[in-house]
Design a protein around this ligand. Structure first.
Ligand SMILES: C[S@@+](CC[C@H](N)C(=O)[O-])C[C@H]1O[C@@H](n2cnc3c(N)ncnc32)[C@H](O)[C@@H]1O
Length: 200
């Protein structure tokens, strides 16, 4: 048996996410992943998109969690994971061709979500994209009963967690020079939000 960390949701959702990333990520360059978690997404996407360089990261202390998956994959286009807390004043990456993050915005407190958008806007090269995957509300409404129950569960665990509304994220993005280019419905009541960094 394996001692790799495992997320069933990652297994279920990685191929639909990959199908979208093929449309939105550039041909080449460094993709920073924020909140990598187990590493299942990193390995799947780096294997399928070999001309990209994948940079996993997670909060200090959590960044090594993905190492068993990375070690097994043993790929040249996956860099060693970085310790990156989105709230840190300086990030260990200064430029990226794209940024990807899955299932993080509802775990982070809102000030951390704000910090994530500020930090992403700082390091994205103009016209590049930030692909943010997870459950989101649309115009103040839950998109499913299961998302509503999930939100209640999150808030009962920690008041600062909760499903974010796309309108709030859009307002936040506009403050840092990003626009919502595409809002894609995904399986299991999730969405992929594609934010584009404006020029200048
Ligand atoms: C629900 S897990 C998602 C993991 C993985 N992306 C996935 O889809 O399975 C949330 C992730 O966000 C990370 N995270 C939470 N707060 C963070 C912060 N302030 N900075 C960076 N990562 C953070 C956690 O450490 C965790 O890896």
């Amino acid at each position: 048996m394996t001692d790799k960390p495992f997320s069933q949701a990652c297994e279920n959702n990685k191929h639909p996410i990959l199908a979208q990333l093929r449309r939105w990520l550039p041909e080449a360059g460094l993709v920073l992943e924020i909140g990598t978690g187990t590493g299942q997404h990193a390995v799947c996407f780096a294997e399928a998109l070999p001309t990209l360089t994948w940079q996993p990261s997670d909060q200090p202390g959590a960044e090594a969690y993905c190492l068993p998956w990375l070690a097994e994959a043993n790929r040249d286009n996956i860099r060693p994971p970085l310790a990156l807390d989105v709230s840190a004043s300086s990030w260990p990456v200064t430029a990226a061709a794209a940024v990807f993050s899955a299932n993080t915005a509802h775990i982070m407190a809102w000030p951390e979500v704000e910090a994530m958008f500020r930090g992403v806007a700082r390091l994205l090269v103009p016209a590049s994209v930030f692909c943010l995957y997870g459950p989101f509300n649309v115009h103040g409404h839950f998109t499913s009963a299961s998302n509503q129950a999930f939100d209640q569960y999150l808030r009962s665990q920690k008041a600062s967690m909760g499903i974010r509304d796309i309108d709030d994220l859009t307002a936040l993005a506009s403050k840092v020079g990003m626009v919502l280019e595409q809002d894609i419905e995904m399986p299991a009541n999730n969405r992929l939000l594609v934010w584009r960094r404006l020029d200048g």
